[in-house]
Design a protein around this ligand. Structure first.
Ligand code: 5RP
Length: 293
């Protein structure tokens, strides 16, 4: 292992230089993958824009029933026309999402803790690749805890999932977790996203931060940005706009959609930013106009 002392600070991110191995495929880092991987990734990332709107409703896997998700069977169908990808647990998907729905599926495959634990960083792979295949999942989502107690086991979970995913051409989505004690700095996100990408994840879900363009430039696969705690709608749209204009290929929002007073209108406004190049101000106007119609 390289000596940690005397490391030079990384700074040559060349944020204005496009990714050198994009090739003809619209998803970063996937040009040399096989047809099956590319098919799943194309279900997730719209080939016209290269971007995606993911709706995360997997909170129940450790939080139980949260505000806004009390009735998955009622909220999810309302949002189907507004989002590209449904990110949930197999229990929520099988029980509350109509199988005829054509949306891509990001299947949460790790679990192991609950809100009752102080340390949430110890998970296992709870859903195997055979069940992901049965559910026609377009990617398997694995929580990773870089810098936390559960780092080693989460990298083990990630690596096993990627090995299985490579066998059956199912992409892996590495989710960067941020514990209470962990810094939300670009230094942390550069470290965590890069480790997870180098392990072989095909998509990374992380948080927006300062110098986000550098986080994106240093990550050889697409980044989608997590929403985090509920913000006022205009602020959530600014977060979405900054993320997309600084290189994210999508948003994977939960609470900022389902805890909005107007979840459908909010998801549609996010969609305008992600797929139609709306600014945050234009998207907020669109949101305001939609709720007053
Ligand atoms: C947990 C997740 C969740 O899907 C995500 O946090 C939910 O989205 P939001 O924070 O926007 O409510 O990945 O790590």
């Amino acid at each position: 292992m390289a000596d940690k002392d005397g490391l030079k600070v990384a700074k040559d991110y060349h944020v204005d230089v496009p990714f050198a191995r994009q090739g003809n495929f619209h998803v970063k880092g996937a040009n040399d993958l096989d047809w099956g991987m590319k098919k799943h990734l194309s279900n997730i990332f719209d080939p016209k824009t290269g971007n995606t709107v993911m709706f995360a409703f997997d909170h129940g896997y450790f939080m139980g029933s949260v505000s806004g998700l009390e009735r998955l069977d009622l909220i999810i169908p309302k949002l189907l026309d507004s989002v590209d990808v449904l990110m949930g647990t197999r229990g929520a998907l099988r029980n509350c999402v109509p199988p005829a729905c054509k949306k891509a599926i990001a299947l949460r495959t790790t679990s192991g803790s609950s809100m009752l634990n102080d340390d949430l960083s110890h998970e296992v792979v709870a859903v195997n690749v055979e069940d992901a295949i049965r559910m026609n999942a377009d990617c398997m989502a694995v929580q990773t805890f870089i810098g936390a107690d559960g780092q080693l086991s989460s990298i083990d979970n990630l690596s096993k999932t990627i090995n299985d995913g490579m066998r059956y051409s199912i992409p892996t989505l590495g989710v960067i977790a941020v514990g209470k004690q962990m810094e939300r700095t670009d230094r942390f996100f550069k470290l965590a996203t890069r480790i997870v990408a180098e392990m072989g994840a095909n998509i990374i879900k992380t948080y927006y931060c300062e110098n986000f363009e550098e986080v994106v430039a240093a990550c050889p696969v697409p980044i989608v940005v997590a929403g985090g705690k509920k913000l006022p709608e205009d602020e959530a749209l600014t977060l979405a706009y900054k993320s997309i204009s600084e290189g994210a290929r999508g948003l994977d929002m939960g609470r900022n959609i389902f805890q909005s007073q107007h979840p459908v209108e909010m998801a549609n406004a996010i969609r305008k930013i992600v797929h139609e190049k709306f600014t945050d101000k234009e998207a907020y106007e669109f949101y305001r106009d939609s709720i007053h119609e």
